[in-house]
Design a protein around this ligand. Structure first.
Ligand code: SDX
Length: 383
């Protein structure tokens, strides 16, 4: 390593590039997309509008939004190679593994990357954003042994996704809450999956293959896979009255509680607040929900216990509440992380498009700690 190199495991605190797409303000628990707070966008925008905003860098005019939405709607169908992967994948395969293969297959006929053709790259991005949602719903129905549902061009992205998942048009309330969840998950500066997308795309690899790489990164339980693990945790606790002791045992045994902690946030993840608010409104209508009750006690106990330690910077993150809301929308927990990808694909594509404007292949330095000047030992002389 040269003297100017900085060693930081996990690249913690290392600035790898500049971006104007989003900023995670970890100390104050604020998230902005191109300067607008996530709360304002969740309140007033849609996933389609935020995807345009993320890709193009400005809020769309009415005609721009209509054009973008129309293009999204016309790109929803999957090519036969993708359908064949979905229909032939083993039902025991995790949906994220199937999704990664399907997205790679969407690039079978993708031409070489032309960094100068930004508009062409954005159209490829719109195709991927649109088709990825269809792929997630189709993979889910295949796993459940149900016939695939063809997308409908008369529904919004959120409505159409829930329609393809369940085979019936969702309520306006569910569609709106799901749309907000997609907005909340759309981007988050240089998280592991976005960074993976950038690294692969920095070699001028195809967009579909860069997004496929990002899906692999998102699948891990330390990243997007945490939302599924939170529900597994709630189900293993089983009853609200067991939750408090479960947390104490977890903290004593240094078990990482899924849905808590973050590399950047040192206070509550603002997305968790919005998700909890939506979840509570559904639970209120329902009257009672055991999963919510268990998570509420885990949440409050974790915050109380951690506040007494030096780890008072560990707070709930976006993955803590999302699954409980999806479950109330009758979505299986194994589909939660693929749903994260349905939203984040817009952020991944936006970062790649932005990076390609001034591309430089990622190749960090390494600190070599192995032996110097060793010699080969012939087999007969080895112990
Ligand atoms: C997402 O980066 C992003 O922006 C991601 C994301 C996005 O939108 O893209 O926000 C989405 O991935 C959210 C995070 C989802 N993952 C989880 O909920 C899994 C549980 N969380 C942890 O694995 C952890 O908090 C990470 C992975 C999120 C952050 O890891 P770091 O920054 O490397 O921190 P660390 O693992 O080094 O932990 C520091 C200390 C450790 O204690 P010590 O070894 O110093 O004694 O905090 C402890 C950890 O054990 N700790 C936890 C904890 N998370 C960290 N202790 C208990 N429960 C936890 N959840």
């Amino acid at each position: 390593m040269s003297d100017s190199s900085v060693f930081s495991k996990g690249l913690a605190g290392i600035v790898a590039d500049a971006t104007s797409i989003s900023q995670v303000q970890g100390e104050v628990g604020r998230l902005i997309y191109r300067g607008i707070s996530i709360e304002e966008l969740a309140n007033q925008s849609t996933f389609e509008e935020c995807s345009f905003f993320s890709l193009y860098g400005h809020l769309p005019s009415k005609s721009e939004l209509n054009q973008f939405t129309l293009e999204m709607k016309t790109q929803r169908n999957l090519p036969k190679q993708a359908l064949s992967i979905i229909e032939n994948a083993p039902r025991t395969a995790h949906p994220m593994a199937i999704l990664q293969a399907v997205v790679a297959s969407l690039g079978f006929d993708e031409g070489c990357v032309n960094l100068k053709n930004e508009q062409g790259n954005i159209h490829k991005a719109i195709q991927l954003i649109s088709k990825l949602a269809t792929a997630v719903a189709s993979i889910s129905r295949e796993r459940r042994g149900l016939a695939l549902i063809a997308p409908r061009p008369d529904l919004s992205h959120a409505e159409n996704f829930l329609y393809m998942m369940h085979g019936q048009i969702p309520s306006k309330e569910d569609s709106r809450m799901f749309d907000i969840a997609l907005i909340l998950h759309l981007d988050h500066d240089f998280n592991a999956s976005t960074f993976s997308a950038r690294v692969v795309a920095s070699t001028e690899a195809k967009l579909s293959l860069s997004i496929s790489a990002a899906i692999g990164a998102l699948s891990g339980p330390l990243h997007g896979g945490a939302n599924e693990k939170v529900l597994e945790m709630a189900d293993s606790i089983g009853e609200p009255e067991k939750a408090e002791q479960w947390v104490r045992n977890a903290l004593t045994s240094k078990t990482k509680v899924m849905g808590f902690g973050h590399r950047v946030y040192r206070t509550m993840d603002p997305r968790a607040k919005v998700l909890r608010g939506m979840l509570e409104s559904i639970v209120e209508q329902k009257g009672h929900d055991k999963t919510y009750e268990i998570l509420r006690i885990v949440h409050d106990t974790m915050i109380e216990e951690l506040s007494k330690t030096s780890k008072d910077y560990i707070w709930p993150n976006v993955d803590f509440w999302s699954g409980a809301m999806y479950r109330l929308m009758k979505i299986d927990s194994i589909d939660f992380t693929p749903i994260f990808a349905v939203a984040r694909v817009s952020g991944w594509c936006s970062h790649i498009i932005e990076m390609w404007r001034d591309n430089k292949i990622y190749r960090p330095a390494a600190q070599y700690v192995g032996p110097e000047d060793a010699s080969y030992i012939p087999m007969e002389k080895r112990s």
